[in-house]
Design a protein around this ligand. Structure first.
Ligand code: ARG
Length: 271
């Protein structure tokens, strides 16, 4: 199995907190240890660097406690960046900050016409763009994604509010394979997943509940929450190398490694 060198965008959780509830993981009455969140995040960043990936950083802004979740900052494929439109007003101001970063970095910009929470809900899997809906990203945005990126978009209907973003219920392991929690999807979407990925890894609820599917794969190494031991064993059986990371503090906001990481994809030639 070949690892592909990746270029990631991350946002240090300097102002991380749980101050509002926009998913069932978030309990503003439970105290958050921001210093611990920063240390856990730094460990994740170091794992990427040790694997030979490049990590870019966007400056965190005060008053935006969820800005650490860079996957929601956009969708970046083949040198094109689609900005985001959040469902919830609490996250709205993150969008222009990420947009400005993409523009300064030289990506060709596109603006969303509907609610679109970036790579939280939009996942490139081989030649398909899997696009979640049901909680955040609007179904209407899927047609725009297809026009902008030119990949066939496959709608994935999410049904369990704990798995409100597609990247909490499904992980792209490489060009051919995904791992997912079947019961997080509608019966029709489950049938589509079986058709597209007959060899997929099926995760259990126990693994999904520790956000085990919120993993980052370079095609060979899979960085995932260390609590997801069952999923890690299944992935090793398939020949992947797993690297466990503890992001317990960020999980209080409903986020894991993948949420903290936005893949920046250049044009095909340069990856
Ligand atoms: N608290 C954030 C929210 O509810 C968590 C976002 C996690 N990001 C992700 N890509 N799943 O929006």
């Amino acid at each position: 199995m070949d690892a592909t060198r990746q270029r990631f965008l991350m946002c240090r959780p300097t102002y991380f907190a749980v101050e509002y509830t926009i998913n069932p993981w978030m309990d503003p009455s439970a105290p958050v240890d921001t210093d611990l969140a920063v240390r856990q995040w730094e460990r994740l960043r170091q794992i990427y660097l040790d694997l030979g990936h490049t990590v870019e950083e966007i400056t965190p802004l005060p008053g935006l406690p969820d800005m650490v979740f860079a996957a929601n900052g956009g969708t970046v494929i083949d040198g094109r960046a689609m900005a985001v439109q959040f469902r919830d007003p609490q996250r709205a101001d993150e969008s222009p900050a990420y947009r400005a970063w993409f523009e300064a970095a030289g990506f060709e910009m596109y603006d969303p016409k509907h609610v679109n929470e970036g790579e939280g809900d939009i996942l490139l899997a081989g030649d398909h763009l899997l696009a979640g809906t049901g909680f955040r990203t609007a179904h209407a945005s899927h047609a725009q994604l297809q026009e902008v990126f030119g990949y066939p978009v496959v709608t994935m209907q999410l049904v369990n509010p704990r798995f409100y973003h597609l990247d909490t219920a499904l992980n792209v392991l490489d060009e051919r394979t995904v791992a997912y929690l079947p019961e997080a999807f509608s019966p029709g979407s489950q049938a589509v997943l079986r058709r597209l990925f007959p060899d997929a890894v099926h995760a259990t609820m126990a693994d999904a509940k520790v956000l085990g599917l919120n993993a980052v794969s370079d095609g060979r190494h899979v960085v995932l929450p260390e609590q997801a031991t069952g999923l890690a064993a299944k992935l090793r059986d398939r020949g992947y190398e797993t690297l466990g990371v503890d992001l317990s503090e960020l999980r209080r906001a409903g986020g894991g490694p993948k949420c903290c990481t936005l893949r920046l994809r250049q044009g095909k030639a340069s990856q």
